[in-house]
Design a binder for this molecule. Structure first.
Ligand code: ADP
Ligand code: MG
Length: 574
């Protein structure tokens, strides 16, 4: 249970402020995360890492000489937004380009990907290396689908050391990819973790049992078995990882035993001793191991074992010195402090161009619609979180809430400033993605902005415009998320919604009536996702657990569609 906070909604921000206050010699706060507070030689590649908060020392604790140049810090267990990543990368760039590296989660991939596009467009050469070490999350033939857990450390360390050694961006990228190829992890949990302010854990493990293959966002494991002895657990972890040995593996290996949050160091050391004996017994040579908390999951009780298979070049960079708040190795010359400049999040600007009266009037309707969406999200926040916790990470309620709250606030501000529809929805969409994080935040943010762009600023609006807006909603989500029908995502509710809406409009139905039929179709389709197996997003590794339960993103979409349909009907009656 996380007990200490003033306002649970501000937990991640407040904790980060305190972390920076306690580590000023290493890090400085920027909008979106932290960067080194010390000078970096000009031309050095900036390794920018990041992810959700709640994983300390990942990610902010790994910022410092010889390791990361900056860390984008999202909300609790939610990916940072594209804006956050972009701003942290800008403040980290020393002229040698940027390597973005983070665990393979759909939300992070979307947001970091958008940031990469923006950085490249501005002439800052940017590459991405995903961490995919968790062997429980996909079979050996599908390594690219695996999620990143404690193996983050080896990839970040190798990339950071290569950057420190003056390697160029191509080389840092190559070495980080190789480090990832050589890293495998497997974890277990004995008890779940609780988000600040949440009344109960994201998941529970029955007393006397252990969950094998847990994720670091509280995603439950893939199987449960009776709690083993330390020796039995050592055997299970070592056997699992040796079976999944990478092709290029030699005999020199770095074991990393990671505590997930509430396992005592004494227990970790005890377990490490057993693990090392087994590895030596298997003919392996142990090189500079780590045993402690490296990638945690709030107060989760559990451990993970990572094996990092060395070759001479990886070993050289693993052994290289690093000096960060949470990871120190060898000796580095002291660094001079630097003044950090931070790009602030774009403030809502004054209307750029005069909007038409029709567009301003529609903007008022959009504010109302966003408020209606907010009301239904607030009512279902807990239920959506619980649904997401069945096979995902439990943050869908909280993420939707933060996103829609921010969108309403931005829309109200834009409306008060006299903005037209396009501008208003651009601000609302940007803030939705910015504050929500997560996959759904990126998708909803993009969709809201796309609707605004499509409707633009016209002299008058017709029902054909409504159909075009719904097309834009659908296309933006599909273009960005690349999910297809049947993947068990919000797209499964969105497609029938758009199809029925547009057919109804073509048949000459009014807006309210078309929305009603479309929302009904979305609700039916959302229910039907219970029978599907997830192929995208965080729920995919736990496909079996997800069967029988509808997809959270599809459910929230249908709830919003239905509430908007009710709202439209009530206006029409008036
Ligand atoms: P995260 O998955 O990052 O934790 P949320 O929990 O807020 O984000 O949202 C989860 C929902 O996002 C899923 O239930 C699914 O509907 C939707 N989703 C995930 N990946 C995709 C995708 N590629 N395209 C469309 N929707 C997706
Ligand atoms: Mg989620």
């Amino acid at each position: 249970m996380t007990k200490l906070f003033d306002d649970p909604a501000r937990f991640a921000d407040d904790a980060l402020d305190g972390f920076v206050a306690a580590n000023r010699g290493y890090v400085a706060r920027v909008d979106g995360g932290v960067v080194r507070s010390t000078e970096t030689p000009a031309g050095q590649v900036a390794v920018v890492i990041g992810g959700g908060s709640g994983h300390y020392p990942a990610f902010a604790g790994l910022v410092g000489a010889g390791l990361a140049a900056g860390s984008a810090c999202g909300n609790m267990f939610a990916s940072p937004s594209a804006g956050q990543v972009y701003r942290v990368a800008k403040a980290s760039d020393a002229g040698g380009g940027v390597l973005l590296s983070f665990g393979n989660y759909a939300g992070d991939v979307l947001h970091f990907g958008q940031a990469q596009e923006k950085l490249n467009a501005e002439g800052i050469q940017t590459r991405t290396v995903l961490v995919t070490d968790d062997i429980a999350s996909a079979p050996p033939g599908e390594i690219g689908k695996r999620r990143g857990i404690a193996g983050d450390l080896t990839v970040f360390k190798i990339a950071g050391a290569a950057a420190e050694a003056g390697r160029n961006l191509d080389e840092v990228e190559r070495l980080a990819l190789k480090a990832n190829d050589h890293t495998r992890s497997l974890g277990v949990a004995f008890a779940g973790c609780t988000l600040p302010g949440a009344p109960e854990p994201l998941f529970t493990v029955p007393a006397g049992m252990m969950s094998v293959g847990l994720g670091i966002h509280g995603e439950p494991g893939i199987s449960e078995q009776p709690l083993p002895t330390a020796s039995e657990l050592a055997q299970l972890l070592v056997d699992g990882l040796l079976k999944d040995r990478p092709e290029a593996a030699g005999t020199r290996v770095v074991p990393i035993l990671n505590g997930l949050g509430t396992v005592k160091y004494d227990e970790l050391f005890l377990l490490y001793g057993k693990i090392e004996k087994l590895l030596v017994g298997a003919g392996l040579e142990i090189v500079e191991p780590e045993c402690g908390e490296l990638v945690t999951s709030l107060d989760m009780s559990g451990v993970s074992l990572t094996l990092f298979w060395l070759d001479p070049e990886l070993e050289m960079f693993w052994a290289a010195p690093a000096d960060t708040p949470a990871f120190r190795k060898g000796n580095l010359a002291p660094r001079r402090a630097r003044a950090v400049t931070s790009t602030a999040a774009a403030a809502a600007q004054a209307p750029a161009q005069a909007a038409t009266a029709a567009s301003i009037s529609l903007a008022a309707t959009a504010v109302e619609a966003l408020k209606v969406a907010r009301s239904v999200v607030v009512e279902h926040e807990d239920a959506l979180g619980k649904l997401d916790a069945i096979a995902g990470d439990g943050d869908h309620g909280i993420g939707m809430r933060r996103g829609v709250d921010a969108a309403v606030a931005a829309a109200e501000k834009a409306h008060a400033a006299g903005a037209g529809l396009e501008e208003l929805l651009a601000a609302a969409g940007e803030q939705w993605a910015e504050r929500a994080g997560g996959t759904s935040g990126a998708l909803w943010g993009a969709a809201v902005a796309a609707v605004g762009r499509t409707l633009g600023s016209k002299e008058a609006y017709t029902r054909a415009d409504a159909a075009a807006a719904v097309d834009a909603l659908r296309d933006s989500i599909i273009t960005l998320g690349k999910a297809e029908a049947g993947d068990k995502t919000m797209v499964d509710a969105l497609l029938p919604f758009a199809e029925v809406f547009n057919r109804s409009i073509r048949d000459g139905d009014g807006l309210a009536r078309s929305l009603r039929s479309a929302a009904d179709a979305a609700a039916k389709a959302a229910d039907a996702t219970a029978g599907l197996s997830p192929k995208k997003g965080r729920a995919r590794p736990l496909a079996a657990k997800s069967l029988g339960h509808p997809d959270p993103g599809a459910v929230s979409f249908a709830l919003i569609a239905n509430r908007l349909a009710d709202h439209a009907a009530s206006i029409e009656r008036i």
